[in-house]
Design a protein around this ligand. Sequence first.
Ligand code: SF4
Ligand code: SF4
Length: 269
Amino acid sequence: MTAQQLRDIAQQIGADLVGIAPVERFALFAPEASPLAIQPQTRSVIVLGFSIPRGCLQGMESGTAGYTLGAGLPTSLAIETTYQVCRRLENEGWEATPVFRQSGEMRGQGVRVSPDRPEPNVILEFDFAAHAAGLGEIGRGKWLLTPEFGPRQMLTIILTDAELEPDAPFAGSICDDCGACAASCPARALDATDLHRAPLCEGEAVWYPLHIESCRVCRTGTTRLPYSGGSEPFRLGAACGRACVAHLEDNGLLTRKFVSPFRPGGEGE
Ligand code: SF4
Ligand code: SF4
């Protein structure tokens, strides 16, 4: 199977975004976060993205229906599509391991199977993987931004021993350091006066330091990803995530266009 054939299959059965990174791009990670600690034969890391409808955020925007985000998360589609892509790879003799997002807080909570192995669970850094696979960048709000959807997507990963032609790491720029995510936070949990830096496979990710304890009790629209066992909240529906959607759209920074503006009164509303 070629990379293009895999991309076509994944998109035909529901993925909006498909990126491929060679496992060597994950060399900077300790075993606790390494694909090779899950599947030692991994040659390629496939990242699939599933868009979250923009309309799911309107219940939080209007303050009248917080469940609209949960109702619109593409959870079933992501699981089914990931499973089917794994199946197609294994039909051709390649091993394919599906991986769903977990909070990094879930690392190191199990018992080592042997002294030379990391403690379960080994948890991958999904946003790093998406950058390495060419899908997008980590914005100042500490979330993945893609050129089409901004912060509106769920990700899954497939590890495989198939050596697929890789995509280049993402080299574009989406986040313009506007500070809208930080300014919208009633708890001031994002500090736009400072920057946290973390290495990527090429270059570095830069985001505002985040006080996650405030996000755990945030009442502006956080939720949990259904298959994320950790306690780190999913912030797309919160004030910070919605401010980012409004800013990126109002300033023409996304390729996906809508007839109606996200906020009829503009991003500051
Ligand atoms: S989730 Fe809530 S507390 Fe956390 S940064 Fe966003 S708005 Fe602030
Ligand atoms: S709101 Fe502005 S600073 Fe924050 S992530 Fe989005 S584009 Fe970047």
